[in-house]
Design a protein around this ligand. Sequence first.
Ligand SMILES: Nc1ncnc2c1ncn2[C@@H]1O[C@H](COP(=O)(O)OP(=O)(O)OP(=O)(O)O)[C@@H](O)[C@H]1O
Length: 254
Amino acid sequence: MTPLLTATGLAIGHGGKVLIRGIDLSLDRGSVLCLLGPNGAGKTTLFRTLLGLIPPVHGRIALGGEPLSRLSRLQVAARLAHVPQALATPFAFTALDIVLMGAAARLGPFARPGRVEAERAMAALDRLGIADLAGAEVTRLSGGQRQLVLIARALAQEAAAMVMDEPTASLDFANRRQVGHAIRRLADAGTGIILSSHDPDHAAAIADRALLLNRSGLLASGTVAETMTAGNLSRLYGIPVRREQGDDGRLRFY
Ligand SMILES: Nc1ncnc2c1ncn2[C@@H]1O[C@H](COP(=O)(O)OP(=O)(O)OP(=O)(O)O)[C@@H](O)[C@H]1O
């Protein structure tokens, strides 16, 4: 089956200056790929490049087998949805308003969302278990609830793949777990998800594959078990890291 997203021989950076070169990645249906790396390694730059917001310095990106450079903004939106780190709006939109923006993302700029989009938005809220929050003002929701609304917005876009930049960064332990479960359930139902995290335990709990990036470039790429070794994480963060596997099979890092 054609991967949802591929990058081949990719070099990323700003203003033509290379930050990281030699990135090859592939995202399949039902898979969670986690980017790990220290602050400033280039995770957000990679995401922005994959979304077509900044041009690659070299290399090729394809969405569903089609070169990204040949796709219109609407065609990209139909293939790849973006979940930002946090909902940055001071306005009292309801959760349904926010999710409708995703449902309408595939309409032209002058089309108004109608009944079909409203139903799609409600279905997305329902799949994330927050249909009861549809009428709630987002400024009054908890950080975890707001993050679920953002994921519902991406889901309503009906793209096969999603990019999530540190989706659990500002969340407490319980909210992080709730959002993590929601992400895993979406992947198990077929969505391909590429996300970044600063928490190796959480990444190992929800991801199938990992990509380790530091300021010198791409350190490792492959399954969580083979890439998230104590040696690789020690090199990645520049501190000694130990890895243990619990009786439940979960990897934990100290
Ligand atoms: N618009 C820009 N123009 C020039 N350099 C930039 C720009 N945005 C980011 N950078 C630089 O690119 C490098 C990578 O930044 P990026 O935000 O991609 O890292 P990151 O891995 O997402 O970091 P963090 O974990 O802190 O979010 C940094 O050195 C940053 O200063």
